[in-house]
Design a protein around this ligand. Structure first.
Ligand code: FE2
Length: 187
């Protein structure tokens, strides 16, 4: 019998890497445009892709790595890196391209993600390589990740992007201020 879906299923690592490539393209597209409406729409796509990616990694991939991969610090750091990115995602989602620091927030988010991608994809001791070496069942996980990803994307489509959930940041008080103006020295 012919497969109902024309697309072969991806293993977990292939799926997560494909997500990485997609956001890299979106960040490049953001940098290449000067149009505020294009910026807004690309930034919305970036925040959606990253939120869904982080959620499926945190719900499915990282738990599978916990207790199995050799370097557990990598898993802990990945959670914290995600939480850092979520702060910027929340900022960008709630503001407009005309707002001060908007482009800078997107740029810094892209740099954080670049680091995250390196930590996961490094060939020798990256998290993906370690997961494979530890015998994590990447085929079964790929199906799980894909199912959850479809579910989350459908949710975003119907109810919008939910506020990010941090897993390691405990919500300590942060006060919102503004950059300090340098006072003109009196002559
Ligand atoms: Fe990732």
């Amino acid at each position: 019998m012919a497969k109902t879906s024309g697309k072969a299923s991806m293993d977990a690592v292939a799926l997560l890497k494909a997500d990485h490539r997609k956001v890299e393209e979106l960040f490049a597209a953001f940098e290449a445009t000067n149009s505020a409406s294009r910026k807004k729409s690309i930034a919305t796509q970036i925040c959606t892709e990253l939120t869904v990616h982080a959620t499926i990694e945190e719900e499915i991939f990282y738990p599978a790595c916990e207790g199995t991969v050799e370097d557990q610090d990598l898993v802990d750091e990945a959670y914290v890196e995600h939480d850092g990115a979520k702060v910027l995602i929340a900022e960008i989602t709630a503001s407009e391209p005309s707002a001060p620091f908007y482009d800078a927030k997107v740029k810094v988010l892209s740099e954080m993600i670049k680091h995250h991608v390196k930590e996961e994809e490094r060939r020798v001791d990256g998290l993906f390589a370690e997961a494979k070496a530890a015998g994590v069942d990447v085929d079964a996980l790929g199906d799980q990740l894909m199912r959850r990803k479809k579910e989350l994307m459908a949710q975003v489509k119907s109810t919008g992007l939910p506020p990010p959930i941090t897993r390691t940041f405990m919500g300590h008080d942060i006060e919102a201020g503004a950059p300090v103006e340098v006072a003109e020295e009196a002559a």
